[in-house]
Design a protein around this ligand. Structure first.
Ligand code: FAD
Ligand code: EPU
Length: 339
């Protein structure tokens, strides 16, 4: 494995932030990863990088960036109803989704077009349009950084939650995810309760009798392309903040003041508010300063039009956060990993 020095990371993060890594290494297999962590001949701290679509680099990285390229899709269990696939953490997420659709394996079609790699999917339990990846993950294979020991975490052990897992909380920075196993259905249960999907299917002329995982994937792709900026054109990391969860009391007091405020009652109690709505209502949608700002079509997405620094974007996020506390008494939490 070749360690590169002074590596420019601009092309490796979808925000398009210019930052350098003191050391950089690309890892192509489980064996290489194990040897690398065992030998410990790298400079700490380390930053594991997948597709760089959920990070904000605020400074040069004064350690070792490890870019994960472990590939491979392997069937490990199969019957009439389902198949379990073990997928290399370096596989591109959307290409994996398309592969499953082509094979008729259902369960992740609603998660089409999410950028990034398979290895990061359990990190924050990626979700979109009524589905979260925790619904299909059976286990996550990792290397423990401290001793290069192989570890398997079952679905339950990952403690998946909304945009969260142990890899983002209690076990943060301690594991290198090498593969993820997914149990997919051969007989699909279509998840189309999300209003936007229903409207798009209707617009595409797809009725109940013609529903398919491909039709759902196509609809999701169309919705996403209509409101989310393509990182190839405008730098961004998707939703910058999580949607906040508040008590019933707080929800009722806000609803009294803002009759049109969208909110979803959660089965476990509490209400999820739409951070995009709060940010828009506070006047930030489309806000632009120099060459960065808040996306014109989706207030939850901060954008770099080119040349902004990570600190400028972070400071903007802080101003937004403070203004939402002031206007609504709600504290937003960043979804993006700030490095
Ligand atoms: P990276 O950004 O490279 O890494 C993210 C974090 O995971 C970092 O902390 C990194 O250190 C860690 N990490 C990455 N790989 C590993 C590994 N192998 N082992 C250990 N740690 C690792 N997310 C959603 O949930 N739903 C969406 O709908 C969605 N839409 C998006 C739309 C756009 C336009 C963009 C730009 C982003 C969107 N995202 C969405 C966020 C992002 O795509 C996901 O979080 C994705 O899973 C990140 O994958 P990545 O490989 O790019 O991770
Ligand atoms: N809204 C506004 N103004 C805006 C943006 C949104 O009023 O500028 C309102 C919408 O009208 C709607 C509500 O907010 O009533 C929710 O909006 P939307 O359906 O666009 O979804 P979101 O809550 O903004 C979440 C995820 C996305 C995911 C979509 C679809 C989070 C933090 N974000 O966005 O995930 O793709 O739902 O399921 O949960 C990501 O995590 O990076 C991401 C893009």
């Amino acid at each position: 494995m070749k360690i590169e020095e002074n590596k420019e990371l601009k092309a490796l993060n979808t925000f398009g932030i210019e930052a350098k890594a003191k050391n950089y290494v690309r890892i192509d297999s489980f064996e290489d990863a194990q040897a690398f962590f065992k030998q410990k001949e790298y400079e700490e701290p380390i930053l594991i990088l997948g597709g760089g679509s959920n990070i904000l680099l605020t400074e040069d990285f004064n350690g070792t960036v490890i870019n994960n390229h472990i590939k491979g899709i392997e069937g490990i269990e199969e019957n009439d109803k389902s198949i379990t696939l073990k997928v290399g953490a370096g596989e591109n997420w959307h290409e994996f989704v398309l592969h499953c659709i082509e094979q008729g394996y259902a369960g992740i079609e609603n998660l089409s077009l999410i950028p990034g790699k398979v290895g990061a999917s359990p990190m924050q339990n990626i979700g979109a349009y009524g589905v979260e990846v925790k619904e299909v993950i059976t286990e996550v294979e990792c290397l423990r950084l401290a001793d290069a020991e192989k570890m398997i975490f079952t679905n339950e052990e990952c403690q998946f939650d909304y945009r969260s897992s142990i890899f983002k909380t209690t076990h943060k920075g301690q594991y290198f995810i090498t593969s993820v196993s997914f149990k997919l259905n051969k007989k699909p249960t279509f998840k189309v309760s999300y209003g936007a999907i229903q409207a798009q299917l209707l617009a595409n002329g797809v009725d109940q009798d013609h529903l398919s995982i491909k039709a759902i994937s196509d609809a999701v792709i169309q919705i996403r392309q209509s409101k989310l900026p393509d990182p190839k054109e405008i730098g961004n990391s998707g939703s910058f903040f999580k949607n906040p969860i508040v008590s019933k009391e707080k929800f009722l007091s806000l609803k009294k003041r803002f009759k049109d405020m969208p909110a979803y009652e959660l089965p476990q109690g509490g209400y999820k508010l739409a951070a995009g709505w709060l940010i828009e209502k506070a006047g930030w949608k489309g806000y632009t300063e120099r060459n960065y700002g808040v996306h014109k079509k989706q207030a939850l997405v901060l954008v770099n039009y080119g040349g902004a620094s990570g600190n400028e974007i972070y400071n903007l996020s802080e101003r937004i956060l403070q203004s939402i506390i002031q206007k609504f008494g709600v504290e937003l939490e960043r979804e993006v990993n700030v490095v």
